[in-house]
Design a protein around this ligand. Structure first.
Ligand SMILES: [Zn+2]
Length: 108
């Protein structure tokens, strides 16, 4: 690995943005889906067609899709976890592209 002070500014910037997220932010890979559900209470409005909106997170693991209900009070937080996962992926992709350019550069 090259010394940090010799690192191109673009690379240094990407690495520090990735590190900042990975250092403490929760990250979650998955897709958020909103489903219309009934709650099970016999006289609720949802039994008459006015269904509740419920958030689920789905993701694949070992070739299978799994899903998990997201409680109302965690929806915003979980959206942030998923967004941060995508942010890290995008930044990693940008970092990878820098090295793509270097693969057949001479003298590196
Ligand atoms: Zn209901």
């Amino acid at each position: 690995m090259q010394h940090r002070s010799n690192m191109p500014a673009k690379e240094r910037d990407l690495r520090s943005r990735i590190a900042k997220i990975l250092h403490s932010a929760p990250i979650l890979r998955g897709s958020i889906t909103i489903r219309k559900v009934t709650c099970g209470k016999p006289n609720c409005r949802c039994t008459k067609g006015h269904k509740h909106l419920a958030m689920y997170i789905t993701s694949r693991k070992d070739g299978k899709t799994r899903q998990r209900f997201v409680p109302k009070d965690r929806e915003e937080e979980v959206r942030r976890w998923v967004a941060d996962y995508h942010k890290v992926c995008d930044l990693l992709d940008d970092l990878s592209n820098l090295f793509w350019e270097r693969v057949n550069l001479k003298g590196k």
